[in-house]
Design a protein around this ligand. Sequence first.
Ligand code: HEM
Length: 176
Amino acid sequence: MPLPRLIHIKRVARDDALISPGDKTHITAFIKITMLNPELCTEEEVRTLVHAFYARVRKDDVLGPIFNRQVHDWDEHLVTLTRFWSSILRGTGSYTGTPMQKHAQMAHLDESLFERWLALFLITTREQPNQAMGERAYSTARRIAQSLWYGWQMQNAPGTMPHDLRLDQADKTTES
Ligand code: HEM
């Protein structure tokens, strides 16, 4: 096997271990790896971040229609996402789900959508008064987005070499 391919597979294996299809234990492991600090933020701050982000997503010309097509109960979705971020940022363990599986099943995704998602998330995190939380949330979202994108490619484009998101582009996001 050519060396770059081997390196790549190892990297995918490492990233995939963060959130693996159908296995909830991996998200738990991921949450533990991030070394949570319950003092980082309050549940209300997490909720505010999540609601602000999805309000922005729903209005977005590109991402809005995708979410609005698939999410039928926004109240429920926001509860799920608040649990997800609360588990990541506060270590509450209140989220149980399989995000890798869900995203891998969305056949129409592509890298530009993940990059746009991250760009909107960055703008939203920067608006939060609690910047320690905002920075932690964004740095974690970058890693998860990369992981979801690898998983998506492995499921939907198995014959091609998976490639990275352009995270440096997302990092330079400014609202215009
Ligand atoms: C291309 C970018 C993305 C799109 C279009 C997208 C779209 C969606 C949609 C439509 C759902 C609802 C699925 C359903 O209930 O049937 C969902 C769920 C979810 N998304 Fe994403 N997403 C994206 C990226 C991300 C990223 C980067 C993260 C994490 C940092 C994330 C975290 C989640 C979580 C935790 C759920 C809930 C899964 C569950 O029901 O347990 N998404 N996403």
